[in-house]
Design a binder for this molecule. Sequence first.
Ligand code: GAL
Length: 356
Amino acid sequence: MKCAIPIIFCILLIGPACTLHAQRSAARPGDVPSAPHPKNWKDTDGRFINAHGAGILYHEGVYYLFGEIKKGITWQVPGQSWEDYRVPAGGVSCYSSRDLQQWKYEGVALSSITRPSPEGSPASPGTGDASHDLDTGRVIERPKVIYNDKTGKFIMWMHVDAKDYSYSQSGVAVSDRPEGPYKYLHSVKPNGNMSRDMTLFRDEDNKAYLIYSSENNNTMQVCLLSDDYLSPTTTYSRILVNRRREGPAIFKFEGKYWLISSDCTGWSPNAATYAVADHPLGPWKEYGNPCTGPGADTTYGAQSTFVLPLAGKKNSFIFMADRWNKLDLERSTYLWLPLTIEDGKPRITGAERTNF
Ligand code: GAL
């Protein structure tokens, strides 16, 4: 694995059968060179990377990418008033990289409990415990991992749900090693509240927060985690009240907290907004769309999942998003774009160079 850090400032990943356009940059934030570097986004074994709704843990010089494994036939849950397209929940994958270009597959970090075919899917009914949080017929989404300095453990939180999204809980798992395997502990409704799209944030003072769409997706909540990061505390706040935001992606820059989120339109893309606060618990003030130019009103066809601070660089982030393919979820792809803060506003740039 190469140790030099030629940073990918802009990559557009267009799914298993298609092409990845990766663009490399000299180290100027926001400066995306025009010549695309076409190749498929594959791991170092030549296999397509399967890590949706992803997040990244940076630990001891290595970036660990965690994401949803989406594999199998997409089917629609009958009787829903919205487009509830599902694919078997394949658990959580892990890839590692030192340069954000070469990704080594580390295996399944958290296994789902495989049944031959989820109940209600086009294939014949499966067998097994369909009520287990990690059952393949259910929902395992948006896994995020942080490290706890005190306990020396790696902690994964994720959204777990029933196939109709009525369960609305956050699951937690733990491992001694960044790449796993993770041991699933349980799931919770923090302080009795619904918890769907989520992310994690560990602050510089080592306090960690779970940020999740709650109250039937109407309002987000931010909940302080216990010192071991394994449970919610009773300290939480309601943010972006009645704004129906999803896909939270949070980062810190110059003492302020920045939260990018999507609108609530299922697998269909929509416009992002950003919010700013002086503390993770708020108050948060919501502003406009950090994307500009053609495609900005749909986040360039994608939905936020994570913002990665580039190690050793100031004001240099990667905005990570998913381009969902609702009719064939396994073929959903990825959009990574450079993000910087300029004149007090986040700017996501480079989409025009991705053949959007
Ligand atoms: C999206 C959400 C995804 C997934 C999807 C299901 O709004 O961000 O993570 O839950 O809905 O339709």
